[in-house]
Design a protein around this ligand. Sequence first.
Ligand code: NDP
Ligand SMILES: N[C@@H](CC=O)C(=O)O
Length: 428
Amino acid sequence: MDIGIGLFGLGTVGSGVVKILQENMDQITKRTGSRLTVKHAVVHNLNKPRHGFTQDFPITDNASDILDNDDIQIVVEVMGTLDQAYDIIKRALNAKKHVVTANKDLIASHGQELVAIAEANGVDLFFEAAVAGGIPILRTLASSFTADEISRVAGIINGTSNFILTQMAINNLSYAEALKLAQDKGFAESDPTNDVEGFDAAFKLIILSNFAFGIQPVLGDLTINGIANLTDTDIADANSFGYAVKLLGVAQRVGDTKEAISIEVAPHLVPFTHPLATVNNENNAVLVNGESVGEVMLYGPGAGEMPTANSVLSDLTNVATDLALNTPGRPFNSFNQDLNLAKPSQRVARRFIVVEVDDTPGAMYSVTGMFAAAKISFTDLKQTPAANGTARLVALTHPASDAQLNVIRTTIRNADGINLAAEYKIFS
Ligand SMILES: NC(=O)C1=CN([C@@H]2O[C@H](COP(=O)(O)OP(=O)(O)OC[C@H]3O[C@@H](n4cnc5c(N)ncnc54)[C@H](OP(=O)(O)O)[C@@H]3O)[C@@H](O)[C@H]2O)C=CC1
Ligand SMILES: N[C@@H](CC=O)C(=O)O
């Protein structure tokens, strides 16, 4: 069978898709029984030079060249954007074209609606590349955990921020230098704010939560903190206690009967002995905890041209198989549950807390008193002199809830001469 592809976007991911299709054409045809060919591509800037593949298809800046083209059965959207991609995908689905996208912003924001449109039109909508780049996590969650109950899905799901943290730690690059390198290598989003402020990971965690728990959270249901406020001193202090600092997405069942779900993106302290601590550069890793299976970790490149393109190709070959078997239109994930969002009192973890306090006699005593009043106790404590007559108190705590932390935040905010400089959860 001949299957025509219309490609929106010929940047990092789009170029990789074309390269794999061209280089592995015979293998793909042999394995799927279908010949997948790019018939047309749409880009933003027609004058931009394109390298690395043979351009044997027309390129335009007119979406209708793909959407109104009867020779095209599958639309691949790898251009990013929210509103434009939404319009294009909606039009494509309503024109009964199958859609493959890598757009996590779009799927996290409008996935439910687009899935319904795809189902109504009897076409496929796949988006494996939207989460963790080259790691085949979504199809694994959808097909290999159907009989298990997942209690947690967690991990490093933003390649750019992990690359920045690694380069700062290992190669002593500045934050700005490391970010620039991540952009040059094609890992970062067109606006890297989403990468470093945790929103890219949040979009991915929304999709992961949907596949793991069947829920449909929105951005406002998540706690989101990125790496932009992390300081070298915080990282050095964490290291001195035996922890790496990693930006993690964590969605987990909590509460006495595991009835609620907590969804959070934030820098976490990860023990050096934990496998996540050794995940460096643009690599991602996703831990899945299931009641039956225990813990599974999927590790691999979370961003970049060829790994991400491979995930797009995995979706394309799945569409080809559906067409060959005449089974298109089944949703990528058909797990649906109501969302019961965790309360602050149910979100419990050990903490790494940094307090800066005027270095006067009795100051430390009053700080520890504040924590005692919130029933937060310490497992480790370190005091170092800081600038301008202040002292820096770094504490690791026993498990404490977000509700207890809220008490401390308020107490410290209302007190003179004391500042809560940093607070991160410790991952276990
Ligand atoms: N890079 C990565 O590692 C990963 C990216 N993704 C996702 O894949 C998608 C693409 O990312 P990436 O390849 O890095 O992005 P790039 O910025 O490298 O490429 C974007 C492409 O889309 C085209 N484009 C942008 N806006 C429009 C528009 N309005 N109309 C037509 N064409 C447009 C650009 O055209 P032109 O070339 O003319 O500028 C370019 O070819 C994003 O959704 C991203 O989140 C997902 C996983 C990993
Ligand atoms: N910008 C993203 C790209 C992949 O999704 C990242 O850095 O992880």
